[in-house]
Write a protein that binds this ligand. Sequence first.
Ligand code: C5P
Length: 239
Amino acid sequence: MPQQPVIVALDFADPRDARALVERLAPGDCRLKVGKELFVRGGPELVEGFTRAGWEVFLDLKFHDIPNTVAAACRAAADLGVWMVNVHALGGPAMLAAAREAVAGLARPPLLTAVTVLTSHDDATLRQIGVAGSTAEAVARLADLAHAAGLDGVVCSAREAGLLKEHYGDAFRRVTPGIRPAGSARDDQQRVLTPRAALAAGASDLVIGRPVTRAVDPVAALAAVNSEIQVTGDGAIDQ
Ligand code: C5P
């Protein structure tokens, strides 16, 4: 079975709730995302528990610091056996290169992706922090830095995914949140796409949180998403 493109965002305050959900899921059906809240509460043991149990884990800690510190943090993430770790492209070329360098020689290097511009920003708030140009221009510039530094992709909105795919090719991943299966609540996401529409728009990996984690039946909710996007036997995505 090819790996499904869904990454379930484990946004739980209590690690026990995260573990209880994960026990009901199967590694072939999705990957897992551990973000700041769960990591701060559950610690590296939680992440290692998942990786040892065969899960591919995206450690979403968005490292942004001096190059030496980010390099060390990426190596520490790799030691946990994670599948993907991310940094902030705003850290700049030297930081991105140090992160790449830090994991490049490892036996099982994690994929390294970069956040470009957080979706909580708009053109006005970017100006406030001194970032020039529009959000779209900043995303393009930062994605370019990530690509030039040899990273494996970016976290981006589905709106940007198509252009990035065209520009850098399919191997440069577009990890995309803001996904809502038809009929599910938007929660606080402003612009949402269905899983199928996000893949058609150029996303390579779909981050889905509450529509699965807060569903009455999370297993059925994930199964419904996977059947909607129907990954075919040769790994090609049937859109
Ligand atoms: O519950 P929901 O599907 O909205 O969860 C989306 C996940 O993706 C959350 O973990 C959220 O922090 C993350 N995320 C996002 N928008 C971004 C970057 C990350 O929603 N721009």
